[in-house]
Design a protein around this ligand. Structure first.
Ligand code: C5J
Length: 220
């Protein structure tokens, strides 16, 4: 089985049991006028990972390997939205209220849609998740177990929030997780750097990291 040059040591890439997961590449997080920008975030910081994720998606599709897309969103009646999350940070526009891209973080609204560069194809799994952890109240674990997937190549935004939370929860469930260093970004570059260092510390306490080129070269 091939190995990918990764930190803290090579990652065994098992073609039969690996999937790419693209976390929350949504208009509300990535585009001007979205929810993230309304919270005061500088969305310029999360643009670099977009073409990298597009290249990885193309390579996984060519190799006929599974791709999973997540989107952070809530039901229109807000029944899956904890009050603590609704009120956190006293934002100008709250989840469920109308913003420039429809109701903020409500499934089906334009802002929840995927950005065109990273949007899913018809046969790819899309997970609507109410939390930061992609396993929380979703069908992700069941899907992965059914497909006998044991390794996850992880990309998306933001590194220290939904990406890191998902990686830690996947690790606890027994998945081997490879976080793509240039395939993830944060509104806070220093938090991204700290996360990349934290996940590989202590002998890879949560998993591995590598550059996208290492994966693309192997899939070429
Ligand atoms: C955030 C996410 N940053 N996708 N969501 O709240 O990381």
């Amino acid at each position: 089985m091939p190995f990918i040059d990764a930190k803290p040591f090579p990652f065994q890439f098992d073609f039969d049991h690996v999937a790419l997961i693209c976390i929350d590449m949504q208009r509300d997080f990535c585009e001007p006028g979205g929810f993230a920008e309304s919270l005061g975030n500088d969305i310029a910081n999360i643009q670099p990972c977009i073409p990298v994720i597009a290249r990885l998606q193309a390579a996984f599709r060519k190799a006929r390997l599974p791709i999973i897309h997540t989107k952070e969103c809530h039901r229109p009646d807000l029944s899956d939205l904890p009050t603590a999350k609704l009120n956190r940070g006293n934002p100008k526009i709250k989840i469920g209220e109308f913003g420039p891209m429809g109701r903020i973080l409500i499934d089906g609204e334009p802002g929840v849609d995927f950005i065109s560069e990273n949007e899913p194809r018809e046969n790819e799994l899309v997970i609507a998740k109410p939390g930061k952890d992609s396993f929380y109240r979703t069908e992700l674990d069941e899907y992965l177990m059914r497909r006998k997937i044991s390794g996850l190549v992880i990309t998306g935004v933001t590194t220290e929030v939904c990406v890191q939370t998902t990686m830690r929860c996947a690790n606890d469930r027994g998945y081997d997780c490879l976080l793509v260093e240039d395939g993830t970004d944060s509104f806070f570059p220093e938090f991204k750097d700290a996360t990349l260092r934290a996940v590989v510390a202590q002998g890879g306490i949560v998993g591995w990291t590598c550059r996208s080129d290492a994966i693309l070269d192997m899939l070429a």
